[in-house]
Design a protein around this ligand. Structure first.
Ligand code: NI
Length: 225
């Protein structure tokens, strides 16, 4: 499921993040990928051990935790602390698939089910930099307002187009979902959304309760913890 989640960060949070990123020390993004990624990746990242990365990452995670649509769509089990990247001067990232298993800071491992990109630059401030995601239905071009998030299956082939003017800042991270299967996760998201609509429209309370029971019983059948 490819889903655009608007307004994860507000204008003040974006200003704070961008100011901190302007001051930060960046490294070559190829330091954090394997051989396949290194051949096609041309960007900059904050070092994994950077305190700025940890502090800004915590801010992003806290904002996500307050966003009900993010939670409903991803049903997160484990989340890799966000990283930050910058593309400028022709920087790009050619077609690739994300690694399937990643190490968490606590030594545990994360299976990447969902890839997330949180846009931090105003789209008018740079040319290019579109995230292109391929799935069964073709290619999808994504370039969102600052503060907006795109979530998509980690299994999809994707790339970032060259940035030919200005700079594109973003946070990115991966989620291991309670629901491994993308189709099952989409069904639960649609059911959840529908239950919220019925509740707000004052639908029959017993029927809504029954549907809520169906939601939780499907989640119980499918969840992997
Ligand atoms: Ni990627």
């Amino acid at each position: 499921m490819l889903l655009h989640i608007a307004d994860v960060l507000d204008a003040e949070q974006i200003r704070h993040l961008r100011a901190a990123l302007d001051e930060a020390d960046w490294i070559d993004g190829r330091e954090t990928v394997g051989a396949q990624g290194a051949r096609v990746k041309r960007n900059q990242q904050l070092p994994d051990a950077s305190p700025v990365r940890r502090q800004l990452g915590d801010l992003v995670v806290a904002a996500l935790a307050r966003h009900p649509m993010y939670h409903a769509a991803t049903l997160p089990h484990r989340t890799l602390p966000p990283r930050f990247n910058r593309y400028e001067g022709g920087g790009h990232y050619g077609s690739h698939v994300d690694g399937a298993v990643m190490a968490l800071p606590d030594g545990e491992q994360l299976r990447s089910d969902i890839s997330c990109t949180l846009f931090l630059s105003d789209p008018d401030d740079y040319d290019g930099g579109e995230l292109i995601i391929s799935d069964l239905y073709g290619e999808h071009e994504v370039k969102l307002a600052a503060g907006d998030l795109i979530v998509y299956p980690s299994s999809s082939l994707h790339r970032v187009q060259p940035v030919t003017r200005g700079a594109r800042l973003a946070a990115f991270f991966w989620v291991q979902s309670l629901i491994r299967d993308d189709n099952q996760r989409r069904l639960l998201f649609e059911l959840d959304t529908s239950i919220q609509c019925l509740t707000q429209s004052g639908a029959d309370a017993d029927a809504v309760l029954q549907l809520t029971g169906v939601y939780h019983n499907l989640l119980r059948q499918w969840a992997q913890t």
